[in-house]
Design a protein around this ligand. Structure first.
Ligand code: CU
Length: 310
């Protein structure tokens, strides 16, 4: 029951498809469930008959035929049929369609680096939240910086590993606008389960506006002096303020995202404040040191600065 109850949410469910690949996977799943249930019922029927049925022996001819047809012919035909159904749903490897959008995905312990390719070739880095245009073919180029992770948006399609030193290609075509959730699907360390990301599928015009906004530097806001003096810039880039750090997520438009700590905490002043003082309180093993020594005034100033990064 607990297992079945996990299927009740729709934002992270392979059974509520919102992408072309996920639709094929869900179709295959239901065909296999139906066929499996029918085969199970037939086998159980035979078992019940064997136990409770009449005790008088059948002819040897009947027994031979039964074993031949029910034991050899039927499984061969049924399994070959199901295999064909499965093969037909495989993606076409010869597909040379040019993708509408390319996104480089880098798995990091325990967050996601996303780099969008603009139409003019410029690259725009962001993190921990994906926006995708509905109906468009998106190519993800997957790699990792530390250990193997796995990139999976159940509502949109299948999963694929991100492997250090290697680039894997995954193509997805979202078919419905909405809010979904992606996760890391390969155990990668202490906070593996806290490595997620919201996925927003929206109309292409809105997506284009968002991407253009994302490409701009941050509006200069008060509090950036604390950001710099505390040393945050050593690991984080806020374009227009400090561009040296690339160890942690790009924070240029942090306040345009709905979560922090890789999709696991809501974006609020409160969570930001806790995160800055002690990231491990929210995420064991996080690769960001805590800043408990900051004065309350400085921490408040930092939080105000971060919430202004629209
Ligand atoms: Cu991971």
């Amino acid at each position: 029951l607990a297992g079945a109850a996990t299927a009740c949410t729709t934002d992270q469910s392979a059974l509520h498809p919102a992408g072309a690949d996920a639709e094929a996977i869900a179709t295959l799943f239901w065909i296999m469930v139906a066929a499996g249930a029918a085969i199970w019922a037939a086998v159980m029927g035979c078992a019940v008959y064997a136990v409770l049925g009449q005790r008088k022996p059948t002819s040897e001819r009947f027994a031979d035929h039964f074993v031949l047809y029910a034991g050899v012919v039927a499984p061969t035909v049924l399994l070959a049929g199901l295999l064909l159904v499965g093969l037909r749903l495989l993606p076409d490897w010869r597909n040379t369609e040019v993708p509408d959008l390319r996104i480089h995905v880098v798995g990091e312990q325990f967050w996601w680096r996303f780099i969008y390719e603009m139409p003019d070739g410029q690259e725009v880095e962001t993190a921990n939240e994906l926006r995708l245009p509905v109906g468009r073919l998106v190519e993800f180029r997957l790699t990792a910086n530390d250990v193997i992770h796995s990139f999976w948006i159940p509502a949109l399609g299948g999963k694929l590993d991100t492997i250090p030193g290697r680039t894997n290609l995954l193509r997805l075509r979202p078919t419905k606008t909405g809010d979904y959730r992606g996760v890391c699907a390969e155990f990668c360390g202490l906070s593996h389960t806290l490595m997620a990301f919201p996925v927003v599928v929206e109309a292409p015009e809105r997506f284009r506006e968002w991407l253009q906004h994302e490409a701009r530097p941050a509006a200069v806001a008060p509090g950036s002096d604390v950001f710099l003096s505390a040393g945050c810039g050593a690991c984080h880039t806020v374009r227009g303020v400090s561009e040296a750090g690339s160890v942690g997520p790009d924070l240029t438009h942090l306040a345009a995202r709905s979560t922090i700590a890789a999709g696991t905490q809501p974006f609020t002043r409160e969570t930001l404040s806790v995160w800055i003082a002690d990231p491990e309180a929210l995420k064991p093993g996080a690769r960001m040191p805590g800043f408990p020594h900051l004065s309350d005034v400085d921490r408040e100033a930092l939080v105000t600065f971060l919430t202004s990064l629209q």
